[in-house]
Structures are given as C-alpha cells and as structure tokens.
Design a protein around this ligand. Structure first.
Ligand code: UT7
Length: 333
C-alpha cells in the first residue's frame, strides 16, 4: 500500500548559527606537552588546530552565542520558539539541563527545553526528535543545538585524545514546510561499546566523592581509538547506505554528505565505502577537530553558501554509546 504524502508536513531547517571560541590549540602547542608531532597528527587525523573555550565559560555560553548568530543572520524572533533541544555530553552541570540555562540566558519564556546525551551522534538524534515534534503539528519553531565543551574532559598530556578534540556550538531552527525538509533518519545504539569511549566519573556510578576509587583517573575522556575507528567507518557507511535504500535513493542523489568530524581518515573511508563522488563531502576538521555534538551543525553553518535550495543532504555520525546513524533532508533555505 502506498502512503499518501500530499498532506505531509515536513520539518525544514530555516536558519542556522554557529560559534567557535577564539583560543586556538595547535599541533605545535601539543608538541610542548606530550610526545607527538605536527606531522604525525596531520597524517593520522587531518587536524592542525582546535578551538578551546575560556575556562570561566561553559557549554551554554557557546550555545547562546550560536543562537545569537542565527538570529542576527536570519532575523528570527526567539519569542516564537516552542522547544529547545540541546545535544550535549558536556552540560554546564548535571542538573538542570543546559537547555534550561540557555533559554534563561536568552530570555526565552515560551519554550520547553531539555538535553539529549548521545555523544557525537547527539545532533542527529536531536534533529530527528525535533523534526518529529514539528511533524505532529503541535510545535512550530524548534531550536536544535549541538554544543560541547569537551576540552574540559581532555587530559592535555594524553596524546591519544588531546590531538582530536575541540570546543564549539552549532544550531538549526526547524519549522513546518509543505515543500520539504527532514525525510528520514536511521538511528541506532549499542551500549556494549561503552567501554571503548567514555568519561566515567561524575555520574552515579563514580561520583566525584567516591572514596574507594581513583576518581582523577576517571575524570578524563578515554578511548580505544583503533576499535572506535573500525566501528565508526562500518556503522556510518551501513547507516548511510541503508537510509538511502529505504527511501529509494542512491548515493548519486545526494548533493552533500555532512559526516561527523572525528578523523579525516574516517571521513575519507566512509566516502570511499559508500562511493560518494569527490567534492560532495564537507569537512572542517582541519581547523576545528572533533567538537562532539557540534561538528555537524558547524559544518553546515560554514558551508551555507554552497548548499542550494532543494539539495539533498545526508548526515552521518558515530560516537560513544556506541551511538550512530544517518539522516536525510532537503535543504529549504
Ligand atoms: O567521535 C568519535 C570519537 N573518536 C574517534 O572517532 C577516534 C577514532 N580513532 C582515531 O582517530 C585514531 O585511532 C587515533 C587518531 C586516536 C590514533 O591513530 P591510529 O592510527 O589508530 O594510531 P595507533 O593508536 O594505532 O598508533 C600508531 C602508532 C603507535 O606507535 P607504534 O606502536 O607503531 O610504534 C603509537 O604509539 O602511533 C603512535 N601514536 C602516536 N604518535 C605520535 C599514537 N598516538 C600518537 C600521537 N603522536 N598522538
């Protein structure tokens, strides 16, 4: 039985904003604190520098600036916002949600606001949640933020992580459209991957005052890079091909692939695996590194001039959990 889509309401991205901190952490800075080299880092990751948020600021501050950027570029009225979904693994504090803090800082009184923690897949998850809200017809203007202050959790002396991560925030505004918008999302998770990429301390398992374990050691982000790398390439490639297939599309229909920015070699391997034409994959990892939930909206934000109305955009991400997925939308700006 075919589905009648003539009355379908899509959730379309109608505005975008971003913020990256001023302070740069270059490969040469890292050479001073651990046994690494600019040459190694560029060759194995494609990264030259990352941005680091000032110590006295937090995730909400970057998100607020990203939203202010959206407002100034697209002339949106924040009093129209119905809901704010914030994808982050680095909330300002365990409670309340960073989304609440952002709403307060922006004087948004009309919206409900909550966080989604799905690590590097967070923006993908939040975008689909937000699109679902818009598609119900009950919510008309939804902000989807991806923001992480991950540098707080990076041990500056650990060369297996300090080379990869940086801070940033990106945001998109969703609203109803008859013409097009979010088409589909294939989102997945497998918690058995939790040992390979995590920050253990600060939750209920390892509270900061637990006396019987060395909490300092657990306060930092840890990963088994090789295992994460392998799963990332396979999972993102499969998700992309499967989401295309179930929508009767092929990779040639895609105008832009916006992958999570974890390692340029992962981005290239996914591109090869799904056989996407050269020049269609967006990347900004060289000068931002991995900003966790912010990589995808920041990449869209930086490429606004290239993406044209009606273009088919495919997003894909992989991160802690494991969590991963791919989604498709028509660009309606
Ligand atoms: O968003 C999801 C989050 N994370 C990821 O997606 C991370 C995925 N993984 C990666 O990006 C990569 O695994 C890393 C960049 C973390 C590591 O690259 P690799 O190519 O997997 O390196 P490796 O760990 O296999 O190490 C290769 C060699 C080793 O030396 P030997 O044993 O061959 O002599 C390491 O000791 O490179 C050495 N090495 C380094 N050398 C200089 C490892 N890290 C470094 C370093 N600088 N930072």
């Amino acid at each position: 039985m075919s589905v009648d889509l003539s009355n379908k309401v899509f959730a379309a991205i109608t505005a975008v904003g971003g913020y990256i901190p001023q302070n740069k952490r270059t490969n040469f800075d890292l050479e001073q604190v651990c046994d690494t080299s600019d040459e190694w880092i560029i060759k194995r990751t494609g990264i030259k520098e990352r941005r680091i948020l000032e110590e006295e600021l937090a995730t909400s501050d970057m998100a607020v600036r990203a939203i202010q950027d959206l407002v100034s570029q697209f002339g949106k009225n924040l009093q129209d916002v119905d809901a704010i979904l914030v994808a982050t693994s680095t909330p300002d504090m365990p409670m309340p949600a960073t989304a609440n803090i952002i709403a307060d800082k922006l004087n948004i009184k009309t919206a409900w606001a909550f966080d989604i923690n799905a690590a590097c897949s967070g923006f993908l998850y939040a975008l689909d949640m937000g699109a679902s809200l818009v598609e119900t017809g009950r919510y008309k203007n939804v902000l989807i933020v991806g923001a992480d202050n991950i540098s707080t959790y990076v041990d500056i002396h650990d060369r297996s992580t300090n080379i990869l991560f940086g801070d940033g925030a990106g945001v998109v505004w969703l609203e109803p459209s008859k013409e097009g918008g979010v088409i589909d999302a294939l989102l997945q998770s497998n918690g058995s991957g939790r040992d390979f990429l995590n920050i253990e301390a600060g939750g209920s398992l390892y509270p900061l005052d637990r006396p019987d374990v060395d909490i300092t050691d657990k306060m930092y982000l840890k990963q088994d890079g090789k295992t994460v790398f392998k799963h990332a390439v396979q999972s993102m490639s499969d998700a992309c091909l499967n989401v295309l297939k179930r929508n009767n599309l092929t990779v040639d229909d895609v105008n832009w692939l916006v992958p999570h920015q974890a390692n340029q070699r992962i981005i290239d391997a996914v591109g090869r695996s799904i056989n996407i034409a050269e020049g269609k994959t967006l990347s900004n990892i060289e000068y931002l590194g991995n900003t966790i939930a912010a990589t995808i909206p920041l990449c869209i934000w930086e490429n606004l001039k290239q993406i044209k109305t009606g273009d088919l955009v495919m997003l894909t991400a992989f991160g802690a959990g494991f969590s991963w997925g791919a989604s498709l939308f028509r660009w309606m700006i």
